[in-house]
Design a protein around this ligand. Structure first.
Ligand code: ADE
Length: 232
């Protein structure tokens, strides 16, 4: 997979993607991540990327031309038609199913917004898909972009090692994850549940499923309705 990111803070993306899982995925050539500074695509001396909003109001809006130029450059340079994603609180909320869908793409392009937003015309022209990472407002699209990239890249086959299977991830079966334990067997007088020491994989799987169900019912009951609907 190829991932391009357009941002006015390239170092934020570069720092995070050059460590841990994302670093390994790039070293294994399973993903190529390229970061582009939006200011490279301005034509004026001051490298202006934003301007005042028509109609008035506080804050600034990202101008359409540099974004349009950046996307066209990436399209022609890569000779590919990327799926363009704009992290924004106005988008549909991101979830594991969307991550699984995006993990099948060959090329993703993220545009990181700042300030009060981005000129709407460029979003329409480029057919951007707006994705929100939750109902709260951040100052820019860099963190949401990193959240989405990490959720997607770890699903690409071969990215995680054998010991880091995604099979037991929360949400893979529509439920929250079960509780986990490691050594020591007794900690502060609290013992690890006996079943996990039994070696009986069927029993362990059943216990984990029940615990996941119990936790989901308690904390996120609305997820259970979604699971039910999908099965219908
Ligand atoms: N940009 C600012 N806030 C955001 C959010 N909640 N999700 C995605 N992008 C954003």
């Amino acid at each position: 997979m190829r991932i391009d990111v357009v941002t006015i803070f390239p170092e934020l993306i570069e720092n995070y993607t050059s460590a841990s899982i994302l670093k390994k995925a790039q070293e294994k050539n399973l993903v190529k991540i390229k970061v582009h500074n939006l200011r490279w695509f301005t034509l004026d001396r001051h490298q202006t990327v934003d301007d005042y909003p028509f109609g008035g109001g506080p804050g600034m809006v990202l101008k359409p031309e540099p974004i349009y130029r950046a996307v066209n450059f990436i399209r022609s340079y890569t000779r590919s038609v990327p799926r363009i994603i704009l992290p924004s609180p106005q988008g549909k909320v991101f979830h594991q199913k969307k991550a699984q869908e995006l993990a099948k793409e060959r090329h993703l392009l993220f545009i990181c917004g700042r300030y009060q937003g981005i000129d709407e015309r460029v979003l329409d022209l480029l057919q951007c898909e707006e994705i929100s990472i939750g109902d709260y407002v951040l100052s820019g699209g860099e963190l949401p972009t990193l959240v989405i990239i990490e959720a997607v890249v770890r699903l690409i086959p071969g990215v995680l090692g054998d010991g880091e299977s995604i099979e037991y991830d929360s949400f893979t079966d529509g439920l929250l994850g079960p509780p986990q334990f490691t050594r020591p067997r007794v900690f502060q007088n609290l013992s690890v549940p006996q079943v996990l020491l039994s070696g009986n994989h069927q029993l362990i799987a059943k216990w984990r499923y029940e615990k996941a169900l119990e936790k989901t019912k308690k904390v996120r009951p609305e997820l259970l309705n979604l699971v039910k609907k999908e099965k219908e």
